[in-house]
Design a protein around this ligand. Sequence first.
Ligand code: PMP
Ligand code: GLN
Length: 384
Amino acid sequence: MDHALVQRMRRFGTTIFAEMSALATRTNSVNLGQGFPDYPGPGVVLDAAVEAIRAGRNQYPPGRGVPELRQAIADHQRDRYDLEVDPDTDVLVTVGATEAIAASILALCEPGDEVVVLDPTYDSYDATIALAGGIARHVPLVPPDFALRREVFEAAFSERTRVILLNTPHNPTGRVLTRAELTMVAELAVRHDAVVVSDEVYEHLVFDSRQHIPIATLPGMAERTLTIGSAGKTFSVTGWKVGWVSGPADLIGALTTVKQFLTFVGSGPFQPAVATGLRLPRAEFEQQAKELARRRDLLRDGLTDVGFHVLDAESGYFLLADAAPFGATDGLDFCLSLPERVGVVGIPARVFCEDPEPLRTYVRFAFCKREDVLDEALSRLRRL
Ligand code: PMP
Ligand code: GLN
């Protein structure tokens, strides 16, 4: 059938992550593309999921999420960030952060409303905004510092701005937005009476003593901010698809209405397991971030040694590396040929950008992999 797909979704096709993971399997390449760990999450969290299944918690959980997870999320927000959220009215458990993002945009945007996003942009944002009939306004962050600049940011706003869809720590640049940058976002949100939807899935994966600041903690922001987290990143279980969103009761109520008809509920037995995870001692979270920073160092130093020009990552799963020293003029072509040439998969950074120019020759490599896998990738890349 010609044009089975609605017009507004036609430009999206298959996600780059699915495409590149399929290419990795087909060519038996080391997959440093899609961001998922190849090491297990904390044993007690995995055990808790097995126990929940054995205990028969296999039917529909409550619509907003199981009570112990909502309580654990509320306690986490209070203990970590001094944010008071009521587990009964201010928290919604979702099928991954992806559904939290989709429910937010679908609940808050009328057709024609505008959503301000940072660029590079995580791939689900534009697609979700298009689904809602909204318009994405991209705010370019440019290398090497990817700083949020006032003139560029302000230019993205209009009288139709409804939502700022923020992402910090940021994929794919690894930036952790500073208090000064967040203050600017808060100021513009208030001026335009916009809701901030803040995707903070990498909140615990921050390196080198940097500090993640939830924008909801800034003065006057808790009442207009939805804060999104994900167990996939926090506990290295991306396949469980447990996410959550917290914020004021009226906004969470709006999201809950939409969420009912996206998935109704999800991830039943994994929800209590994630509650167990959120109650782990702080040292466990710090240990995980330290180990990830070591993997980053290994990949950064190795890629530099191979000849890439690498931008360091302050957080997250990814490094951006310029392939221009290898004669690359386009990162997409480079990434499509890399599996055949040396058996390694990366993601062309330009696919995250509205204007491909600043990152045209860059590749995003994931370092959330075992050290032997990173070593193998580096030894293959040395053949370049
Ligand atoms: N937001 C960002 C910035 C991400 O990188 C990802 C995926 N890694 C998601 C959202 C989606 O998270 P989830 O897998 O929990 O749906
Ligand atoms: N968030 C992961 C990434 O950026 C992938 C998630 C997905 O495949 N949708 O690689």
